[in-house]
Unconditional design. Structure first.
Length: 625
């Protein structure tokens, strides 16, 4: 098997990338998870295992954020560390799905939550996390809260509810090295907090084109963010919310907080509370933020959390708010209403912005019967079926709907079929893809058919981003009666889709889907993570765009003992160093036409160095003596 991988890896170095199909198809799939799981028989978004976010870097490596429960926890059948009842699992694969590394975040209890990943394409991977340390020093069995294998939060010593302790700090910005997944640094965003004032809202973030991180943070009483924020002592059971920008330092890779902006928010935005969901997007050209989500509530309780902006309350189950980035002044707001006040099963689950324009896309769901649902002034069509309805919508910067799509129909009377859907979207060139779960649906001329009474299977619907016309539909068949869905999606550098979600027993049970049937590899019957690739081209890992002579690049001496010299006709931008079996050994940035790389610590053998300039990418082999 190792010989095959070496031959395949070498092949990518010497031949151009070839398309293996004009149509998308499932290329591979893998799983991760533990045995215990939550007690929910279907799926609980907060407590069950699922892939929460996926990002791809400029080297076509993929990074995943997932939840994993204890007992027999594994990643693609390889055991991973476990620290508590439920941990976060951070891991990376190459574009062929081979696992590069994994890191477990957790400790005693199950108080770790994070929902987003960002990558800076300069060796950094970021998580904004809320971590409630459950490790009391009075407990001899307490496991410290780990950020990775060696970095931990100190145990706390409980005395009373008002005594501060460093172990109570709960809001963190974390940076990991993309090469090996080790923690580069952690930033505690709170000051001194007690067990009551440690409650925080710190789980949304957005990275702009300059690698700066934007977030909205909600703090209770105290001085936070290194003294930049002081929350009055009256905030003992509620939050003051601030817009915070972390400026990227290109020299050190640090993130430095700028002066926060106090936002006129009253209520509770928290992501991670039962069924609460909120997303943040920033438009650099307009200096405008968009906040979209769902007011926290149980889906069937009829009770919605109080939430207002600038003293004006939101009254509907889901919302989208635009506000000025300098002043916080409201620009516009829209609310999503299903006209069923006692059944607020409504949410905006995902929001993205087009990179080269101010166009916005949102996705979510609502339930309706014979009454039409509305989004601001827009009225959704009333279809001939009831129940939950997934939707995708395009907006301009003024919040005006450009197009909106819901399923055209439901085959085989599976009309109760969207109960657990948590759809997410991704842009891919001229198309937008919507990944969710369905019991069977028709979009345009494409139909996903399931037996009546079956439950959710993963489905991916592709739209033209300008018109909303349906371009295609892909789905994964699972065994009858199980709840299995997509919960995360991204696009790699080849224009292929990387997706993740959860499943309960079996996936890829269709003999013609190009992937072997995958069965849960632990006992217990609870949800497991899965991740898969939906592609129409081969993997573009380590492909050569030019020869070294064409790019004007030289490396010497070769063989080399200590220092590898690199000369280029134009300034070098970055390098990646790979071992003979394709593993990434080291990576970093360059800035001049002549650079030196220390290799004395490398073991003797064959290595490959991938060099990038502004206009070229070259991979050269050298021998370490």
């Amino acid at each position: 098997m190792i010989q095959f991988k070496n031959k395949l890896w070498t092949l990518f170095l010497i031949i151009p990338v070839l398309s293996f199909s004009q149509n998308y198809q499932w290329q591979w799939a893998k799983q991760a998870g533990g045995q215990t799981g939550s007690v929910d028989p279907g799926f609980n978004y907060l407590n069950d295992e699922s892939i929460r976010d996926i990002v791809v870097d400029s080297n076509n490596n993929t990074y995943y954020l997932a939840t994993v429960w204890a007992q027999n926890q594994n990643l693609d059948a390889v055991a991973v560390n476990n620290y508590g009842l439920r941990d976060l699992l951070l891991f990376s694969t190459d574009c062929q799905g081979n696992v590069r590394w994994s890191r477990t975040i957790g400790g005693s209890g199950d108080g770790e939550n994070a929902w987003n990943l960002e990558v800076d394409n300069n060796g950094g991977l970021y998580i904004m996390a809320t971590i409630y340390n459950g490790s009391d020093s009075n407990d001899p069995n307490a496991v410290p809260m780990h950020f990775d294998d060696t970095h931990t939060i100190p145990l706390y010593t409980y005395t009373n509810q008002t005594t501060p302790d460093p172990g109570y700090k709960s809001a963190y910005l974390l940076k990991y090295n993309t090469a090996d997944g080790k923690l580069a640094w952690s930033k505690s965003l709170q000051g001194d907090v007690s067990i009551t004032t440690r409650i925080v809202d710190s789980q949304m973030m957005y990275m702009d084109s300059s690698k700066n991180i934007h977030t909205i943070l909600g703090f209770r009483a105290g001085t936070h963010l290194g003294g930049l924020i002081t929350v009055p002592s009256t905030y003992t059971s509620s939050f003051q919310y601030y817009l915070v920008k972390f400026n990227y330092d290109y020299n050190t890779g640090d993130m430095i907080p700028a002066a926060p902006l106090l936002l006129p928010i009253t209520g509770d935005l928290r992501v991670g509370a039962e069924d609460g969901k909120v997303n943040l997007v920033y438009d650099e050209s307009l200096n405008r933020y968009y906040l979209a989500g769902k007011r926290m509530a149980g889906d069937y309780s009829g009770v919605l959390a109080d939430f207002s902006y600038n003293g004006i309350s939101f009254t509907k189950p889901a919302y989208m708010l635009a506000f000025n980035g300098s002043t916080g002044a409201e620009v516009w707001r829209k609310e999503l209403d299903n006209n069923l006040p006692n059944f607020p099963d409504v949410e905006i689950h995902s929001i993205i912005k087009e990179p080269n324009s101010s166009s916005l896309y949102i996705s979510g769901r609502y339930v309706s019967t014979t009454d039409a649902a509305t989004f601001g002034n827009y009225t959704f069509p009333i279809p001939a079926y009831g129940g939950q309805k997934p939707f995708v919508m395009k907006l301009n910067s003024d919040g005006v709907v450009q197009w909106a799509k819901i399923p055209d129909g439901i085959p085989n009377l599976t009309n109760e079929g969207y109960r657990f859907m948590k759809g997410t979207i991704a842009l891919n060139g001229n198309e937008i893809a919507f990944a969710h779960g369905s019991w069977g649906s028709t979009w345009g001329s494409y139909t996903m058919t399931r037996p009546s009474g079956d439950r959710a299977d993963p489905i991916l619907v592709r739209f033209n981003k300008d018109t909303g016309s349906i371009l295609g539909l892909g789905n994964i068949l699972s065994n009858y009666g199980m709840v299995d869905e997509f919960t995360a999606i991204t696009v790699d550098k080849d224009g292929n889709y990387i997706l993740g979600g959860f499943f309960h027993q079996q996936l890829f049970t269709d003999p013609n889907d190009n992937v072997n049937t995958m069965a849960v590899n632990v006992a217990g019957g609870k949800s497991q993570n899965f991740f898969t690739k939906y592609s129409k081209s081969t993997c573009n890992a380590l492909s050569v765009e030019e020869t070294a002579a064409q790019a004007g690049i030289q490396i010497y001496p070769n063989p080399v003992q200590d220092i590898l010299n690199i000369k280029s006709k134009e300034p070098l931008v970055s390098y990646e160093l790979y071992g003979s079996t394709g593993q990434l050994v080291k990576q970093g940035s360059f800035s001049t036409t002549q650079e030196q790389l220390g290799v004395s610590s490398l073991q003797t053998g064959i290595y490959y160095i991938k060099l990038k300039t502004k206009s070229s990418t070259v991979t050269e082999k050298f021998i370490k003596k």
